[in-house]
Design a binder for this molecule. Structure first.
Ligand code: 3H9
Length: 691
């Protein structure tokens, strides 16, 4: 019988089976909670029922609380009330898990008396990724099963556990045959009944959290070890405190404390930002004029032109998911070097234990090097990653046009150039797209998919699908100088360079942006990347501070000197030499330096980016503000807890930003000319979120 539209209930012999089915991921919405509650009450009330199995239909067990219900007030029954019903049932309830038991979903499983799963199932508490903590007892019950040390790792990382690992840790009681979860869970329930097994309540298991057994330094050591990773985020510290409470307080008290800290996080802008990012990432894959059923092409073999750092990194993405790659270079030496670097990267990953030596060999086995571009004639996708110069890229594409399969996708990894001009070199511009990877290309999650005027819908849809397949977030952008990411970066870069002449030091600018949450500031970044990237010694004429530093041989970290001085451990200290170079330069140019406040640094570097983002939207080069947020979070280290530049702009207040831009425009000119879109939104009292 149906209990409600998402809950089916039946009795098989002596076992009640409640099956929940609320696509797409069985999130614990109000209807689902009502269904579970009533099913348990029904099973308890029926004397012929001896135990109950709780199982889901569709692709997964409950994937968590329903995030779309957050902020909508208290919808009864609450998840905690449902949990109480289950935990206090007078008959054993068995969770039957497939897919992913995540967040509130796993917390429901943790109040059942036993848990079984199929081998492919995964479990996790990913709330931290939403700026939250598991607020339905997860921080209290997980440590009681796996111990506080492991619980700290699992909950603060949000990573998923395989069924096998979960079984070994005691989180699961049994793993049953794949595809036979229902039968397996019913058989297990019958066994529990036959053996008259107890109603196990995790809340009563204290041996792993017994203070006598827990090293009191555990928590502080963990904090220290993870300080860099957690910098700026509030949720990890809240999680640590809850697990500390699990050790040091009675269950009921610690459970209340968990609730209190959960609510603190829920009310905080960090969680709002991170939830925005969750939905924005999924939204980015949806393009208005490209329906879900747009036909896509099969990509079975990939060609990469250029075996430099970028080409090599790009190739690794496909090798990692089992796609064969042929990589082409013009000279044997460069090819050998490129192949060697890829192998070395894999060997290093294997040394860290993240992949096996067999994986290294399998991946290298899929890689072929060649000096002849024509060998790419059977590739379904060819990505060009040669020198960033229009005539060179155009020559590559006109050559590609001669031999590539008629339906091959021809992609350029250009960071700035006009993809239309590149596509025009072929007889099939509809097959040409920009696939802009971010360095290191095998690590950074962003893939800007540059849709040129004639790029076909199928090519865009295929690119989006491929991005997901290689673990990247594809964001579709339009053709313009620097696309979305680099176009906005140019604003920040320009202001940073102006500020160090006007009165700030490079380390002031870096500190302000680091404190804002970026992994490093623009000058530290320049030192890391190499001061001489894009510098031409032939043309260098001491016309900028950077040129002078290059001329002095200060090429960045690799020469132990750039904007900073570096010791043998690469520790940076502000450089007196650079200070003097800047002072001399200012004197020569007649610039009188003045004190520059941290607030001015922040506004000039970051408001100008928000303003450029508004222009990008106005010109239709990004489909929505949240796409820009995703570009900056996944490609440039914008702190996720600030939700991306456009989300953050709304949070600061567009009127505040506009006021500041107007003042800056009056003082410094056109660089701060407010975007007409920003002016319009402010006059209408709206934000980017309302677009
Ligand atoms: C929590 O549980 C708090 C508790 O501790 C305390 C409570 C008191 N809610 O990712 P996909 C949607 S916090 C609502 O593309 P996949 C998603 O937006 C929660 N909607 O699929 C998308 O919609 P659309 C802790 C959700 O197969 C569709 O489902 N749980 C939720 O690549 C498909 O999603 C999590 O953080 C949700 N919870 O991956 C888990 N989850 O089609 C978050 C998904 O309209 N979810 N949607 O764009 C995930 O990690 C992945 O979605 C999952 C599937 C692995 C489940």
């Amino acid at each position: 019988m149906q209990i409600n539209d998402v809950t089916h209930y039946e009795v098989v012999g002596e076992i009640a089976v409640a099956t929940l089915n609320s696509p797409p991921v069985n999130a614990l919405s109000q209807r689902v909670r009502i269904g579970i509650n009533e099913a348990v009450e029904k099973a308890v009330a029926d004397p012929s029922v001896k135990a109950m199995v709780l199982i889901c239909e569709g692709r997964t067990f409950f994937a968590g609380a329903d995030i779309t219900e957050f902020g909508k007030g208290k919808l009864l029954p609450t998840l905690r009330e449902v949990q109480e019903t289950i935990e206090n049932a007078s008959k054993p309830v068995i969770a039957a898990i497939h897919g992913t038991a995540l967040g509130g979903g796993l917390e429901v499983a943790l109040v059942t008396h036993y848990r079984v799963a199929v081998p492919s199932a995964r479990c996790g508490l990913p709330e931290v990724k939403l700026g939250l903590l598991p607020g339905a007892g997860g921080t209290q019950r997980l440590p009681r099963i796996v111990g506080p040390e492991r619980a700290l790792e699992i909950i603060t990382s949000g990573d998923q556990l395989s069924a096998q690992d979960a079984l070994e840790m005691g989180l699961l009681d049994k793993v049953v045959e794949e595809g036979k979860l229902r039968e397996g869970a019913i058989a297990f329930a019958e066994q529990v009944v036959a053996e008259n097994r107890p109603l196990v309540k995790v809340r009563e298991m204290n041996d792993k959290v017994d203070p006598a057994k827990v090293d009191p330094a555990l928590f502080d050591n963990f904090r220290k070890a993870k300080a860099r990773k957690f910098r700026g985020f509030k949720a990890p510290e809240h999680i640590i405190r809850c697990i500390e409470a699990a050790v040091n307080m009675p269950f009921d008290e610690a459970f209340k404390y968990e609730r209190q800290l959960f609510e603190e996080l829920m009310a905080d802008s960090q969680s709002a930002a991170q939830r925005h990012v969750f939905f924005a990432e999924r939204q980015a894959a949806k393009i208005d004029d490209i329906p879900k059923d747009t036909p896509t092409q099969d990509i079975r073999k990939v060609g990469v032109i250029g075996a430099g750092t970028m080409g090599g990194g790009i190739a690794m993405n496909f090798l990692n998911v089992g796609l064969p790659v042929t990589i082409v270079e013009t000279k044997a030496e460069a090819l050998e070097r490129g192949l060697g670097v890829i192998r070395k990267n894999y060997e290093n990953t294997a040394k860290k234990g993240r992949i096996s030596q067999d994986d290294v060999e399998t991946r290298m086995g899929l890689l072929t090097g060649s000096l002849d571009m024509a060998e790419l004639s059977d590739c379904d996708l060819i990505i060009e990653a040669v020198f960033e110069q229009m005539d060179i890229k155009q020559a590559v594409f006109s050559r590609l046009d001669e031999f590539a399969k008629p339906d091959a996708i021809l992609a350029t990894n250009t960071s700035y150039l006009d993809v239309n001009d590149i596509a025009a070199m072929t007889s099939r511009p509809e097959q040409v797209v920009g696939l802009h990877f971010f360095s290191p290309a095998n690590v950074m999650r962003l893939l800007e998919i540059v849709r040129a005027d004639k790029t076909s819908k199928s090519v865009v849809a295929t690119s989006l699908k491929l991005a997901k397949q290689i673990g990247k977030v594809g964001v579709v952008v339009g053709v313009c100088f620097g696309f979305v990411g680099n176009r906005m970066l140019a604003q920040r870069q320009r202001e940073a360079e102006k500020l160090i002449l006007e009165g700030a030091w490079p380390w002031d600018v870096d500190r302000v942006l680091y404190d804002f949450g970026f992994p490093m500031g623009p000058f530290a970044m320049r030192d890391l990347a190499g001061m001489d990237v894009g510098w031409d010694p032939e043309k260098s004429s001491s016309s900028t501070v950077r040129e002078i530093l290059n001329e002095m041989g200060r090429r960045g970290q690799k020469t132990n000197a750039g904007f900073y001085d570096y010791d043998e451990k690469r520790k940076a200290t502000p450089s007196k030499v650079v200070e003097q170079v800047i002072l001399d330069f200012c004197e020569k140019k007649g610039i009188s330096r003045r004190p520059v406040s941290d607030q001015e640094i922040l506004e000039r570097c970051v408001y100008s980016m928000v303003n450029e983002g508004a222009n990008i939207l106005l010109e239709g080069k990004a489909a929505r503000a949240s796409d820009i947020d995703i570009v900056w979070i996944t490609g440039y280290g914008w702190p996720a807890y600030r939700g991306g530049p456009m989300f953050w702009g709304d949070l600061v207040g567009l009127d505040t930003i506009l006021d500041s831009l107007r003042k800056l425009e009056a003082e410094h000119g056109d660089d701060f000319k407010p975007s007409p879109l920003l002016e319009r939104l402010v006059s209408e009292g709206k934000g980017f979120k309302d677009l």
